[in-house]
Ligand binder design. Structure first.
Ligand code: ADP
Ligand code: MG
Length: 216
């Protein structure tokens, strides 16, 4: 049975904010990918999400678009923290937030190791809506008191399987313990290993499980 008819909506079916819709149009995204169609409304409803789908299926925009739509520009401290396994991904995800949040003037900052920490400290002192980073450097900033997460509303754990493979899971857990407990948590992964399941059970609130096995 063909499922093609299910994915018929445009972004404007989900997103009301014209500033976000304009940014999506600038990026050349014509319609949501299947994983975006599933994840977008659940993120908007503020529920926790575990999304499992293959690389390249559009997971970054699946969380960045609804989070940017909800973001409060007035707030000076970070509202969203995205944990990623590599500096390349930190830069990429930061760019995605910057592009999608362009007309809302959303400020995203990437922090990662092997870059002078002072440079990042200067960036974090300005108004920052989104912080994207690798676990080691994020923890470093928390401990130095240069990253204030008391206004955080959403934690995103991106590429959880890679974070696990690279040995970052204990550090991810240490960071989670520093965050406000009243928050939304979103977890993205290509696989769902036992250690990730354990983390989700411990720190997420009845997450909605979304799986998309691409057949195209
Ligand atoms: P994943 O995290 O699932 O591996 P990404 O978020 O990195 O995937 O997205 C993969 C590519 O698809 C990126 O180049 C991104 O710009 C592009 N992309 C994302 N959403 C859409 C869309 N709705 N339409 C077209 N391209 C998209
Ligand atoms: Mg991704």
């Amino acid at each position: 049975m063909s499922k093609r008819g299910i994915y018929m909506h445009s972004f404007s079916h989900y997103i009301q904010d014209s500033k976000v819709l304009q940014a999506i149009e600038d990026l050349g995204y014509k319609k949501p990918t299947p994983i975006q169609e599933k994840v977008l409304p659940i993120v908007q409803s503020k529920q926790d999400v575990i999304a499992k789908s293959k690389t390249g299926s559009g997971k970054t925009a699946a969380f960045a678009i609804p989070l940017i739509e909800q973001m409060n520009w007035e707030e000076n401290k970070p509202q969203v923290l995205v944990l990623v396994p590599t500096r390349e991904l930190a830069v990429q995800v930061k760019e995605d937030f910057t592009n999608i949040g362009r007309y809302k003037r959303i400020k995203a900052v990437a922090v990662y190791g092997r870059q002078p920490i002072r440079f990042q400290m200067t960036a974090l002192r300005q108004k920052t809506h989104v912080v994207v980073g690798t676990p080691g450097r994020i923890m470093d900033h928390i401990e130095r008191g240069t990253l204030h997460l008391d206004q955080l509303t959403t934690l995103v754990i991106d590429e959880a399987d890679e974070l696990l493979h690279m040995g970052f899971i204990d550090q991810v857990e240490k960071i989670i313990k520093k965050l406000p407990t009243k928050r939304q948590t979103l977890l993205f992964s290509a696989t769902y290993a036992d250690e990730i399941k354990r983390l989700a059970e411990k720190y997420m609130k009845t997450p909605v499980f979304i799986e998309h096995e691409a057949k195209e």
